[in-house]
Design a binder for this molecule. Sequence first.
Ligand code: NAD
Length: 263
Amino acid sequence: MGRLSGKRAIITGAGSGIGRASTLLFAAEGARVLAVDKVAEAAAETARMAGSAGEPVLSTAADAATESEVAACVEQAVSELGGLDIIYANAGISGGVTPLLDQSVESWTEILRVNLIGPFLAIKHAAPVMMRQQTGGSIICTASLAGMRGGGSTASYAASKAGVISLVQNASHNLMGTNIRVNAICPGLIETGMTRTLFERARERRTEGRIGHLNPLQRAGQPQEIAGMALFLASDEASYVNGQAIAVDGGHGSGLPFHRWRP
Ligand SMILES: NC(=O)c1ccc[n+]([C@@H]2O[C@H](COP(=O)([O-])OP(=O)(O)OC[C@H]3O[C@@H](n4cnc5c(N)ncnc54)[C@H](O)[C@@H]3O)[C@@H](O)[C@H]2O)c1
């Protein structure tokens, strides 16, 4: 028996990084997963990678921030997986590194659309299915440490992720009495497609040892370390965890970055 045996899940942004690692882990733990990504081939590759080690993974191409496409994904899960117990609204974009005073309304609109309205749509379309099933459910959104503290990213990205934290806090109350739990994971710096350039440049300059040097664990994280938290939140082990924004950041957000204490 896997930790998600019998559960049906949608994971967005499943074609890379955290979404791919979570899809592979959920399937290995017995969930039937619909892997969603805007890039069809990437989602299909994740499904292929899941192989035969766990439950087979379905894949589909969709924009996780377009309402009709999110609704279609939920319908597909109901018809092809037989229902929906978990949705992990993980798809997100960084929006680049343009300084605040040079950012445009268009770039703010797009980052809020994907990073904040996307998770809202996941909740809006998944929760009614879970309520009809009367089996409760787990909704997980990927926020960021950048949504908890300033200075870790562009202002538009940080604001979109702070919005996700508020969204899960409020959605958990809006879904009162349904036994649907809504939580956010706030990753620190994780090596994924989104951060690839940073890691590649550091390796070229031989400064990769400095990545994460202000973090008590003194390293960046790997996608599997976020997938582990997603697995916990998706599972019945987290049955009393609701409305929370949980940092998975090696301790980076727990203190001020001034001192490098030595044991
Ligand atoms: N990597 C980090 O350091 C880090 C830190 C904090 C939070 N996050 C968040 O983690 C989540 C996953 O990002 P990642 O780091 O794995 O990056 P990634 O770029 O490796 O993966 C993101 C995936 O989402 C897909 N995607 C993007 N927009 C989409 C859309 N509109 N519809 C469907 N799919 C879409 C991409 O095609 C890609 O496959 C994001 O929400 C990101 O903001 C990442």
